[in-house]
Design a protein around this ligand. Structure first.
Ligand SMILES: NC(=O)c1ccc[n+]([C@@H]2O[C@H](COP(=O)([O-])OP(=O)(O)OC[C@H]3O[C@@H](n4cnc5c(N)ncnc54)[C@H](OP(=O)(O)O)[C@@H]3O)[C@@H](O)[C@H]2O)c1
Length: 297
């Protein structure tokens, strides 16, 4: 696979999927975006338009369809968790066959769901660090000076393709540790900034006891799940984050968009229950964020 080009489908060509699809298409790969009819029509006609300080501003021609109709080498799953079930109807298991499936959704529970739904496929857990915003169908602003993937599998040849296209890629050996490394920071960050309508700087100074309580719970759950995450490590991320940093959950709630409370907060509560770890501070935050979003909608 190192020399030949691949065929890659993008299920959900929004901020994350649009950026990855455009970079791969620009690098000569065949990219098929799977989306709703209106978005697919725009992408077939206009391609993906990226504005990025890191990669420059460019338009990449892609194919687009509402269904996967032929085998591909890999599928990136880049819808939000709230749209996952509906979106998967676009990818029939018999057509997908033994392709690589890389979900980049935040959270952890979608991995088991995908493995159950696509037993012949190779579902590889992935995470991405990036700030990429879909401003309209097919148009993405990439505002972070990085786009870094972590993949929990020895996918050396495919990782070379991704790196050649411009993405940062780290291959990890421990899927559980990789997913919890991300969730252990993301869950307290998203829940606290959304609940208190504050940036991370305000949370770490004005809400430190609550932050510590939630971190203790979440790292205890992560450890019970088998991930070597500590409160000190996650706290150091909080203390080093830019003061004004806000979470995407907070931005989604503010804008009245669907938000990933179940994928992020719900996942911690389910894992806590499964491992017999009490999570009262996290449960209260999840309930308060749900209530607050209901009031605002
Ligand atoms: N954006 C980031 O910077 C970032 C960073 C790290 C992790 N993540 C995670 O990555 C995931 C994707 O986030 P995102 O920000 O890229 O989301 P997004 O910009 O909202 O993109 C989601 C895409 O999914 C499409 N979609 C919705 N329902 C669909 C369906 N039924 N079938 C096919 N496509 C469908 C949307 O289509 P339309 O264009 O037609 O609306 C949109 O293009 C989330 O789990 C998020 O937490 C995002």
């Amino acid at each position: 696979m190192t020399t030949s080009k691949s065929t890659v489908a993008i299920l959900g060509p929004g901020g994350v999927g649009g950026l990855i699809g455009a970079l791969l298409a620009r690098d000569g790969h065949r990219v098929v975006c799977l989306a709703g009819q209106d978005t697919a029509a725009v992408l077939s006609r206009d391609g993906l338009r990226i504005e990025s300080a890191q990669y420059g501003d460019f338009t990449a021609a892609v194919e687009a369809d509402t269904q996967l109709r032929e085998p591909v080498d890999a599928v990136f799953v880049t819808v939000k968790q709230t749209a996952l079930h509906q979106a998967l109807d676009r990818v029939p298991a018999p057509v997908l066959g033994d392709a690589i499936v890389i979900p980049l959704l935040n959270g952890i529970d979608h991995i088991a769901l995908l493995r159950e739904r696509y037993p012949s496929a190779r579902v590889v857990a992935g995470t991405i660090r990036v700030e990429a915003t879909r401003t309209s169908p097919g148009r993405v602003i990439h505002s972070s000076p990085f786009a870094n993937l972590e993949l929990a599998a020895p996918l050396d040849d495919f990782a070379d393709h991704l790196r050649h296209a411009g993405l940062g890629v780290t291959l990890r050996t421990d899927e559980t540790a990789m997913l919890w490394d991300k969730l252990a920071f993301l869950a307290p960050f998203a829940l606290l900034t959304t609940r208190h309508r504050s940036d991370v700087g305000t949370i770490r100074s004005d809400r430190r006891p609550e932050l510590l309580a939630v971190l203790d719970e979440i790292t205890a759950v992560a450890q019970a799940a088998g991930a070597p995450v500590t409160t000190d490590t996650v706290l150091s991320f909080f203390d080093r984050a830019p003061h004004t940093m806000k979470s995407s959950m907070q931005r989604d709630v503010e804008a009245g968009r669907p938000f990933e409370l179940d994928a992020i907060g719900g996942a911690v509560l389910r894992a806590g229950a499964a491992h017999g770890i009490e999570t009262p501070a996290t449960a209260r935050l999840v309930a308060e964020v749900a209530h607050q979003a209901n009031q605002e909608s």
